[in-house]
Design a protein around this ligand. Structure first.
Ligand SMILES: [Fe+2]
Length: 243
């Protein structure tokens, strides 16, 4: 299967236009999209380990959720040099779908909304990030689902009695202080990743119950589903490299 055909499948699922302003999505490294792809690698991060593994496993096309660069850099030295060297010497295409994969239908946020069987689901943010809806079980049940599918021991701030509360979910880094302030107005409980000490204190002060399912856990859950989708759609071998 040609690289451009794989890109078409990815972009039909997660259109690039959905990405938030300033995000770096799409082709990251590569030139020849006519290239035949026999092995598609999927990873959360284009880390040095993942790139080395892609080489070792003979991956032709590496799909990652996180892009290779968030902010512009001025030189290619050290680890970045090593990453590019391996990708280029082995002619591995690197392609990322980041916030467009979080936002799109059946993407990483919808996967979380579905896992918790949220009712009356709405987008958490106007740009399409996150979901909020009614969780019909108890807080204990929410934690059981989290431990089974997201992360073994989530960090929990606060507690809530009874069933049927408003749950907000956001895949990845969602527990900044700004986000806590915003979500406290929209939901009773908030599941996301990357809780800091100051965010924890703020959540306690605002009475928002927070479940930190980790950045990795809240994203890999949906990424596995996306990988299953790609397996059905592409005509080549598909392997996961960091989950
Ligand atoms: Fe992320």
């Amino acid at each position: 299967m040609k690289a451009y055909e794989i890109i078409e499948i990815i972009e039909n699922f997660a259109p690039k236009e959905l990405a938030i302003v300033g995000d770096n999505v799409g082709l990251q490294v590569g030139d020849n999209l006519d290239k035949e792809v026999n092995k598609l690698g999927i990873a959360l991060d284009p880390s040095l380990n993942v790139i080395k593994k892609a080489k070792k496993e003979g991956v032709d096309f590496l799909f990652t959720h996180h892009p290779i660069l968030k902010n512009p850099i001025k030189n290619f030295t050290g680890i970045m040099y090593e990453k590019l060297k391996i990708l280029m010497e082995n002619d591995i295409i690197l392609y990322s779908a980041h916030t467009n994969l979080d936002i799109c239908k059946d993407g990483l946020n919808d996967a979380l909304a579905e896992l918790y069987k949220l009712k009356d689901v709405e987008n958490l943010y106007e740009n399409g990030l996150g979901r909020v809806g009614i969780f019909e079980g108890s807080f204990e049940e929410l934690l059981d689902i989290t431990k089974k599918y997201i992360v073994e021991s989530p960090v929990v701030v606060g507690n809530i009695d009874g069933d049927n509360f408003k749950l907000a979910v956001l895949s990845g880094y969602g527990l900044s202080q700004d986000a806590i302030r915003y979500v406290a107005e929209k939901a009773d409980v908030y599941l996301s990743g990357d809780l800091t000490h100051h965010s924890k204190i703020l959540a306690e002060e605002l009475g928002l119950v927070v479940v930190d399912g980790t950045h990795y856990g809240t994203e890999v859950y949906g990424l596995r589903k996306f990988m299953d989708y790609l397996k059905d759609m592409v005509d080549c071998e598909v392997v996961s490299l960091d989950f």
